[in-house]
Every structure is written in C-alpha cells, then in structure tokens.
Design a binder for this molecule. Structure first.
Ligand SMILES: C[S@@+](CC[C@H](N)C(=O)[O-])C[C@H]1O[C@@H](n2cnc3c(N)ncnc32)[C@H](O)[C@@H]1O
Length: 260
C-alpha cells in the first residue's frame, strides 16, 4: 500500500518535478543560503578522504554536486537514486559536465525499491528527501545504510526542512501541519540515526526566505507527502502565510558518522 502511495505521489509530480524545482527555487534565497552554509560546513568538517558517494533523491543534483565540489572531496564514483525520469536525465547530463572523469551511475527508482550499492561508499547525501519515507521506513532504511551501504567511519550528510519546536506564525512548517502531514522534528530524525548506530558529528542551521504569494501548481510537489493534494488545498493551507509575503523555511544540515 505504501509503495502504491509513493508511486502515486511520483506519478502526480511526474515530469513536472524538474520544471517546478526551478520555479520553487526562484521564490526564495535557498541556493545562496545553501552555498554559504556548505562553505562553512566544509571548512569545519574535512571530507578530503571521501572517494565515493551516494545521493538519495538529488533531483537534477544542483545541491549535491555543489556539496561535493565545495567540500574538496576526491571522488571518483558518484551513485544516485532518483525516481523522477526528467530529473534523472538532467542529473546524468550535469554529472558529465560538472564532474568529468568521475564514474557515475543514476538509478531511476525510489530508495525503498533499490537494492543498494555494489560497493560500500564513503559519503551518503540525503538532502530534502528523508521526510518522503514514513517513520517506520526511515528507521529500517537508516539501519540498512549503517550496516550495509556505508564504510566504517563514513559520513551521512542530511538536510531536512525542520519543524521548529515553537511554531512561529511565519514558518512554512505550518503548511505541512495544515495539510495533515507534519514534518518530523530534527530530534526525531537524530534519534533514528543514533538508534541505527551513528554518532552526530556536526550540525548547521539555515533559514531560507520564501515568497509564497500567488501559489500555483508548481509548488505542489514540494508540499505533497503521502497523498495527492490539490492546488485549492494547498492555497487553503497557506492562507495565513500568503499575506505575510516572505516567510521562513528552517533547514538543518547534520553530518552523522558511522563509528561502531
Ligand atoms: C525536494 S526534492 C530535493 C532535491 C535535492 N535533493 C535538493 O535538496 O535540492 C526531493 C527529491 O526526492 C525525490 N524522491 C521522492 N521520493 C523519493 C524516494 N522514495 N526515493 C528517492 N528519491 C525520492 C524526488 O523525485 C525529488 O527529486
């Protein structure tokens, strides 16, 4: 049943996911905030020993490629799992042009349906994708990642859109609450990582400004979780926020390490 919902969600987003990423991005300063954050993170966390990486749900890969380049990793292998066809095609092109000489593989499927990498990897990136898994799936997935996909001493870089403890009235977390699909808290996600055997290595918070006035169809893929939503529902859920103009999207990048 869960897989059916997942497929439904991806089909609903369909070919439009790639197009909508650009439209969504134009509504805020996410790229700029992300680039600044990664510069800081990679000064603090040394990832020069990373030779292979896996990206879960990278879409066209803008953030993941930026992370790999800014962190001065020494990768020779980039594996990706991306279910959206148009995004996977664009990702293949981006990998060829941005990381020439790096062997790349793009698997066009969901992470739940994927068999895993043939070899253990040094780094796994999960940016804005973990909340696409249910709580139970997330726990099982992180255990598999820890036990079977990552080298001992390897890193997982996780970026999530967090639900703040005190929901402030200009936070986009409210939209997910209104739609009946609240985001997991960063504490819940961290607890899952610790339970799977990881230790928390580093954390950096980001605040992205977004202009959500005049919401259109392009925003739907970003707020659609375990059921298909309509534009009318999304507008209703955004009502209080729309009048605010610029609203806050809170993100956190956490680096976990496999140490046992
Ligand atoms: C919000 S976008 C994030 C894109 C990118 N990681 C970033 O941070 O800019 C979510 C991505 O996850 C993909 N996705 C959705 N469900 C997934 C699943 N079950 N397994 C793997 N990827 C998934 C979507 O196709 C989409 O490209």
């Amino acid at each position: 049943m869960l897989y059916y919902i997942m497929e439904l969600q991806i089909m609903a987003a369909g070919e439009s996911y790639l197009k909508s990423t650009a439209a969504f991005s134009d509504r805020g300063n996410y790229r700029e905030v992300f680039a600044n954050a990664v510069s800081k993170i990679c000064t603090d966390v040394k990832l020069g020993g990373v030779r292979s990486c896996l990206a879960i749900g990278p879409n066209e890969g803008l953030c993941e490629i930026e992370f790999i380049k800014r962190c001065q990793t020494n990768i020779s292998k980039f594996i990706a799992v991306e279910p959206d066809h148009a995004s996977a095609e664009q990702l293949r092109r981006s990998l060829r042009s941005s990381l020439p000489g790096v062997e790349s593989q793009v698997f066009e499927t969901t992470v739940q349906n994927w068999k895993g990498p043939d070899v253990l990897v040094d780094l796994i990136m999960m940016f804005q994708v973990l909340y696409r898994l249910s709580a139970v799936e997330r726990q099982e997935f992180l255990k598999t990642v820890h036990d079977s996909w990552l080298v001992f001493g390897g890193y997982v870089a996780v970026q999530t859109n967090i639900r703040t403890k005190l929901l402030d009235c200009t936070s986009t977390s409210l939209i997910f609450e209104q739609l009946g699909t609240p985001l997991p808290t960063s504490e819940e996600i961290e607890a899952d990582f610790l339970k799977a055997g990881f230790t928390k290595h580093y954390e950096h918070e980001m605040r992205v400004k977004r202009d959500l006035r005049d919401p259109d169809e392009d925003l739907i893929p970003f707020y659609q979780m375990d059921r298909v939503i309509t534009l009318a529902e999304l507008r209703e859920a955004m009502k209080g926020l729309i009048s605010e103009g610029n609203v806050n999207d809170f993100h956190v990048m956490t680096i976990f390490k496999s140490t046992n």
